[in-house]
Ligand binder design. Structure first.
Ligand code: GDP
Length: 452
């Protein structure tokens, strides 16, 4: 345990008025400092994991009636002594209590400092600490689950095991260096190759998971496009089940883009309704059209809506040709099927999902298709997804250094091989926190909120 000398304090609940506010103290003197302002029992004589009712007092004046929870080291979030004071949620009371605690020897916590201490004290590894931040920021079931998975030690456990095996090889190769004249091989090159392949396989899968992981964390960018009057706004409303976008009868009136979030089975889709894609004549529409194409390029998913009653096969073809972009999954939606005869419906393009936005027909089916198009078969519930750009970069660097190990394994001398392996170990360690620098920690924890 890395011993932190000072005791930190911060409000753990959001600022502003609430029913209660929770002030957290952590550090060697947490209990002593709290005891000094608490009237009731002597807190220093109480058991860990107990709650006590009493007043917070500053000399003769009572600041508030509170509940104090005690967590004696190492059985706490930070593994230090932790005290949580639940007071009434007035900004004035909270500020007064925090000021008093600072007067009694505590220091204002920096952003993420509680979690930094938890990390430094071995309570969690770095990727778990980052998961705490993700968990706090999660805004959908899927992003919450990914963060939770990571918090439970998801991929860092797996990487740590592989890293440990690689460390063993590294030390065997180091040993070879000591016996350089005798030309011995302690590290079995075939086994080393096997291990490198195995690590590379895991790393590559993790790198590939980033695209989906990141999309889930941010929400999947989805564009609804189609000619004016195809029913885009109506469809957007039907999907959202609300009257949000402005529905109009005049072609080309939805000129700007509207963004809404649609949640399907726990995944957030960021839906953008765009202006019509018809060859524009007016200047304003032109901008809209150009923005449509830009929006599509930035998206993962394109929902192309057409008026099944009005559109000609030639128009349909030319739209699809124009809209298809590499990397963007295209879903075709034949709208207004309520206006069609069964015979007309029968000749609609086979790949098109048939809906009536206005009558809200087959909207659930469309949602299922949207989900399937975005997620494919990549999400079964237990997989590990990388959502953090820092992890992605470290994984990519690991992958590169592993490939130099492989390239050199049969040709280079032990000392070069040893260097390549060390390089790979370094990047692997950066992910789990086995290797850290002050800059790295500063960078990660400064993004947390104060009090976490
Ligand atoms: P946008 O320009 O693509 O956004 O089209 P709107 O959503 O504004 O719809 C254009 C017109 O088509 C409006 O009068 C809608 O009421 C109508 N409309 C949209 N969807 C349907 C549908 O499924 N069936 C019928 N009959 N009319 C629809």
């Amino acid at each position: 345990m890395i011993y932190q000398e000072d005791t930190i304090v911060a409000l753990a609940t959001p600022t502003g008025t609430g029913a209660i506010g929770v002030i957290r103290l952590s550090g060697p003197d947490a209990i002593k400092i709290a005891a000094g302002v608490f009237s009731g029992k002597d807190l220093t004589k109480q058991e860990s994991h107990t709650i006590h009712f009493g007043n917070i007092v500053d000399g003769d004046s009572i600041l508030d009636e509170v509940l104090v929870s005690l967590f004696v080291a190492p059985r706490s979030y930070t593994r230090e002594n932790v005290v949580e004071i639940s007071c009434h949620g007035s900004a004035f009371i909270i500020e007064s209590i925090i000021k008093l605690l600072i007067k009694k020897g505590a220091r204002s916590a920096k952003a993420g400092e509680f979690t930094l201490r938890a990390f430094l004290n071995g309570q969690m590894d770095l990727s778990q600490a980052e998961a705490v931040a993700d968990l706090i920021a999660s805004n959908s079931k899927a992003s919450q689950q990914i963060a939770l998975q990571q918090l439970r030690g998801g991929f860092s456990t797996q990487l740590q095991q592989l890293r440990d095996q690689l460390v063993q090889f590294a030390s065997l190769i180091e040993l070879e260096l000591d016996f350089a004249e005798e030309d011995v091989e302690f590290a079995n090159r075939d086994q080393l190759k096997k291990l490198i392949y195995e690590i590379t396989r895991v790393i590559t899968a993790l790198i590939q998971s980033f695209e989906l992981g990141n999309a889930i964390k941010q929400g999947i960018n989805t564009v609804i496009a189609g000619r004016p009057n195809a029913g885009k706004s109506t469809l957007l409303n039907a999907l959202l089940n609300e009257e949000r976008a402005i529905v109009s009868h005049i072609p080309g009136t939805t000129r700007d883009t509207i963004e809404e979030v649609l949640n399907i089975q726990g995944i957030n889709f960021r839906l953008t309704d765009t202006a019509g894609i018809r060859e524009a004549t007016g200047a304003i529409e032109q901008i809209g059209v150009q923005r449509t194409m830009e929006k599509i390029s930035q998206s993962a998913l394109l929902v192309y809506v057409f008026d099944a009653e009005q559109i000609t096969p030639e128009e349909l073809n030319s739209d699809i040709m124009k809209l298809q972009k590499p990397g963007v999954t295209l879903l075709m939606v034949a709208n207004k099927i309520d206006l069609l005869t069964p015979r007309q419906i029968a000749v609609l393009p086979a790949g098109a999902i048939q809906v009536s936005a206005k009558q809200k027909q087959h909207i659930d089916e469309l949602k299922v298709k949207i989900y399937a198009a975005a997620i494919k078969d990549q999400l079964s519930g237990n997989e590990i997804l990388v959502t953090n750009i820092r992890h992605l970069e470290a994984l990519q660097k690991t992958e590169e250094s592993l490939s130099s190990v492989l390239n050199g394994i049969d040709t280079v001398t032990s000392d070069f091989l040893s260097m390549d392996i060390k390089q790979a170990l370094y990047y692997l360690g950066e992910i789990t926190g086995a290797v850290t620098t002050d800059d790295l920690l500063e960078n990660i924890f400064s993004k947390f909120c104060i009090g976490k």
